[in-house]
Ligand binder design. Structure first.
Ligand code: SF4
Length: 333
C-alpha cells in the first residue's frame, strides 16, 4: 500500500528550456499550464497556500527541462521557494528534468538549496526508441545522471513510458530491468497517450502509430509494477495525472481516469491466481482474506477479478477484509 506522502505544490514551467519538443509532449494539455510564472509569482502562490492551510508541503518544479535553465534563473526559483515562511513547512523540493542537463554545476545548486529529489524523464532506456521519440539524449546520459545524483546524496526518480513508437514488449522489459539495476528511489510509469497538437497525433492520423489497447497497457504495467515492488522501488504514479485539459485533449490511447487502480488490481489478481494454482483447492468456493485497505483493489473495478476467477478458473471467490492484515497481504482460507 503506498505510504501517505505530504501534499505537493506543483509549479509548472511548461516546456521551459526544452531543446526541442518530444513527439508525444503537450504540456498545455497534460498540465493545463500555458504560461511560466516568475519567481515572485511562485513565492506568492506558495505563500498563499501556506497562509490558508496548516499542512506542510513538498514543492515541485515540473513541466520543463528545469536543469537546462540558466543557473541564475533556476536559482531565482529556488530562492523564491526557500524564502517562503514558515520555512519548516516546506518539507522538500523536487525537480523534474532531462538527464542530459544534470551537470556538476546543477548538482551543486541542488545541494545548496536542499533539493531532495530529482525526477529524470527517462521514458525508455532503448536508444532506438529515444531517437524515434526525439528525446535528444541517449540511455547513457540517464545512467550517468542517475549515478551522479545518487553519489551527491540526491534521491532519483525515473519517469518511464510504455507503448512508445518503436518500443516492443522486449524493449520495455529491458528498460524495466535496467531501471531496477540503476536503483532509483521512485518510478512513475505511464502509457503513451496521443495528445492533440503533437507530432505523435500526426503519426496516429496517418496510421503510422497505433496506440496500445487499455488491456495490454494494464497487463504490461502490472508486470512492471510487480518487478519494481519486488525490488523495493516505490512506484509513485501509474498513469498520467488527470486534469480537465487532459480529458479534453486525449485523442487516442489507453486513457483511463483510474489507470493506477486497474494496474494494481491486475497485479493482485495475478498474485492470487498464482497462490490458488499452487494450492490446488478441491473446493470450488474459495474464501480470500485480504488487508481491509486493499479490499476494493482485490475485488477489482466492476468486480472484474471476481468475474475472472469464475470465468477462467471456475471458482466462486468470496473476498473479505481481515483486520490483522496490512498493505497487500492476503490469505486463502
Ligand atoms: S523534455 Fe519533457 S517537457 Fe520538454 S518536450 Fe520533452 S517531455 Fe516535454
Amino acid at each position: 500500500m503506498p505510504k501517505k506522502t505530504p501534499p505537493i505544490i506543483p509549479i509548472f514551467l511548461p516546456q521551459r528550456a526544452c531543446p526541442e519538443r518530444c513527439i508525444y509532449c503537450n504540456q498545455r494539455v497534460a498540465t493545463g499550464a500555458t504560461t511560466t510564472p516568475t519567481p515572485a509569482e511562485v513565492d506568492d502562490h506558495i505563500q498563499q497556500i501556506l497562509n490558508n492551510s496548516a499542512e506542510s508541503y513538498q514543492i515541485a518544479l515540473y513541466g520543463g527541462s528545469i536543469s537546462a535553465l540558466p543557473v541564475e534563473e533556476l536559482e531565482g526559483y529556488l530562492q523564491a521557494i526557500r524564502r517562503v515562511e514558515p520555512t519548516d513547512r516546506i518539507l522538500c523540493i523536487r525537480i523534474s528534468t532531462r538527464p542530459d542537463t544534470v551537470s556538476s554545476e546543477m548538482i551543486e545548486l541542488f545541494r545548496r538549496y536542499r533539493v531532495e529529489t530529482v525526477e529524470l524523464g527517462v521514458q525508455s532506456l532503448d536508444d532506438e526508441v529515444l531517437v524515434r521519440i526525439k528525446r535528444g539524449h541517449d540511455a547513457k546520459s540517464v545512467r550517468q545522471a542517475t549515478e551522479r545524483l545518487q553519489k551527491a546524496g540526491i534521491l532519483v526518480g525515473h519517469h518511464l513510458m510504455l507503448g512508445l513508437p518503436g518500443q516492443s514488449a522486449d524493449s520495455f522489459a529491458r528498460t524495466v530491468q535496467e531501471t531496477i539495476e540503476l536503483k532509483p528511489t521512485t518510478v512513475r510509469l505511464h502509457p503513451t497517450l496521443v495528445l492533440e497538437d503533437t507530432e505523435l497525433a500526426g503519426m496516429w492520423r496517418r496510421g503510422e502509430y497505433i496506440p496500445m489497447e487499455l488491456e495490454q497497457a494494464t497487463a504490461d504495467c502490472a508486470r512492471a509494477y510487480s518487478r519494481f515492488y519486488d525490488s523495493n522501488i516505490s512506484v509513485i504514479r501509474l498513469g498520467v495525472q488527470e486534469t480537465e485539459t487532459l480529458a479534453a485533449g486525449v485523442l487516442a490511447g489507453p486513457h483511463h481516469p483510474a489507470f493506477g487502480e486497474l494496474v494494481v488490481s491486475r497485479w493482485l489478481r495475478e498474485l492470487v491466481e498464482k497462490a490458488i494454482k499452487a494450492q490446488k483447492p478441491k473446493n470450488k468456493c474459495i474464501k480470500l482474506l485480504v488487508a481491509p485497505k486493499a479490499l476494493s483493489l482485490f475485488i477489482g473495478q466492476k468486480r472484474c477479478n471476481v468475474h475472472f476467477f469464475k470465468e477462467e478458473l471456475g471458482l466462486d471467490i468470496d473476498i473479505a477484509p481481515c483486520q490483522s492484515m496490512e498493505d497487500y497481504e492476503f490469505q486463502l482460507a
